[in-house]
Design a protein around this ligand. Structure first.
Ligand SMILES: Cc1ncc(COP(=O)(O)O)c(C=O)c1O
Length: 428
């Protein structure tokens, strides 16, 4: 019997209170994975199998009185990731200097190994950080630049990362150059050539997003990296939204620096991120907090941040197990399916403008939609006020709309309610 059917039977047996308590506190057991493994078919078939996804949906403790379509900001962790973190935290608090530092801390090496394996790189190239911002700033601030040097990025890159370069402008006299990219962008060569055209003799560093956060656009990282490498310019890749969202490895990007948050699409505890630095680049990248010279070539120099919790990092392990249990390809196919599911129901309306590609090569779970005649902030506010739906307003010079990001725990019924809400708004 599927766990969903068991759950429904429990409820219909009058055990609602008992079931919901057990549901919130009981860690997922091996049966969860047995359940997922009992489904067969291609990732594409599984993407449409509501029984499979009902099992996944139950692993989360999300508030079903609202519909959270902003999973791009930060994601909830499955219940058993939360449970693992609490377990490690409780153990730490019994005697932090011993339990946390001497017993738990060394165990993060196992997590490092697993992240490295997932990304297809050497364990000695992975640092565990607190988020993508930290990983990015290590790279953005840790590469030596002198007055007059230029850095290049788009005007769709993440505001904090722009702020980081602007601070270097004020402090060190470097210059930040930004350029626009098309929305959506469905021609790799055009993107590569835009980066290339904007390189000047003074360009010393490039920052590019793997996924643009305001549109869900996936960019051709490998082609940009290889073009820039020929000119001797390093590229920092902002993968905040990409890692564990769709399937790829480092070799698909050929990048030297890759950064991501793990609390977005991996569903790891909040405050976890990853930094990849290619082995031969570690030595010349300064850590953000000082580390001893003996650590110059050691990836762990980027983790010299003083006292920090061990629990968050160790529970990344459970998030990895959850991700592997679903299967990366099945997760990607489901996320695409959910996106198509709501877009298909709206796209024929003349007042609906999508600012995200429908080509699966260029987008996955993130999409930005505009309802002509309704300001994004007003629409976002109405969705929350009248329907308890969370989205994100996007107000960029080039395009406007609300950003919609469902997740593996999102049900089709929730997306139907979202579609109905947008149709209501279009009528009014
Ligand atoms: C493209 C991009 N880069 C970096 C970040 C920073 O991520 P975090 O806040 O997890 O550090 C975000 C956050 O949404 C983002 O969208």
């Amino acid at each position: 019997m599927s766990s969903r059917k068991q759950f429904i039977n429990q409820i219909s047996g009058g055990a609602l209170a008992l079931a919901s308590t057990a549901f919130l506190t009981k860690p997922l057991s091996d049966s969860f994975y047995e359940e997922l493994n009992s489904f067969s078919g291609s990732a594409f078939d599984i993407a449409k199998d509501e029984d499979f996804w009902a099992t996944v949906q139950q692993a989360f403790t999300v508030d079903r009185s609202l519909i959270n379509l902003n999973n791009g900001g930060v994601s909830p962790s499955p219940e058993f990731v939360q449970a693992a973190m609490k377990k490690h935290l409780d153990f730490s608090n019994q005697a932090p200097v011993y339990n946390m530092w001497r017993i738990l801390e060394p165990r993060r090496e196992g997590v490092r190994q697993r992240i490295a394996r997932m990304f297809g790189v050497d364990t000695e190239e992975i640092a565990l950080t607190r988020n993508a911002s930290e990983s990015l700033q290590i790279c953005q601030l840790g590469i030596d630049l002198k007055k007059g040097d230029e850095v290049l990025t788009t005007d769709q890159d993440y505001p904090r990362m722009i702020t980081t370069f602007q601070q270097r402008e004020r402090r060190e006299g470097i210059k930040l150059n930004q350029f626009s990219i098309p929305v959506p962008a469905e021609n790799d060569d055009e993107i590569v050539s835009l980066f290339e055209q904007n390189i000047t003799p003074k360009t010393k560093l490039i920052l590019m997003s793997h996924i643009v956060n305001i549109s869900g656009q996936i960019l051709p990282v490998k082609k940009v990296v290889q073009m820039a490498r020929k000119k001797g310019i390093p590229v920092i890749v902002d993968g905040a939204h990409a890692f564990a969202h769709f399937t790829f490895k480092q070799e698909d990007l050929d990048c030297d620096y890759y950064t991501t948050s793990l609390h977005k699409w991996l569903f790891a505890p909040h405050g976890t991120g990853m930094l990849y630095v290619k082995k031969d680049k570690i030595k010349d990248l300064w850590p953000m907090m000082a580390a001893p010279e003996t650590m110059d070539e050691n990836i762990r120099k980027f983790e010299e941040i003083g006292t920090h919790p061990a629990a968050n990092y160790l529970a990344i392990g459970e998030a990895l197990t959850f991700h592997e249990g679903i299967g990366s390809d099945r997760k990607e196919a489901r996320l695409k399916y959910l996106n198509d599911y709501w877009i298909d129901q709206l796209i024929d309306n003349d007042r609906v403008v999508l600012h995200t590609s429908r080509n699966p090569k260029y987008a996955c779970a993130i999409a930005t939609v505009e309802l002509k005649g309704i300001a994004p902030n007003d629409l976002n506010a109405a969705l929350w006020r009248d329907y308890r739906i969370i989205t994100t307003p996007i107000n960029h010079d080039q395009f406007k709309g609300i950003r919609v990001t469902p997740n593996v725990y999102t049900t089709l019924e929730e997306l139907d309610r979202f579609v109905d809400a947008l149709k209501d708004q279009l009528k009014s």
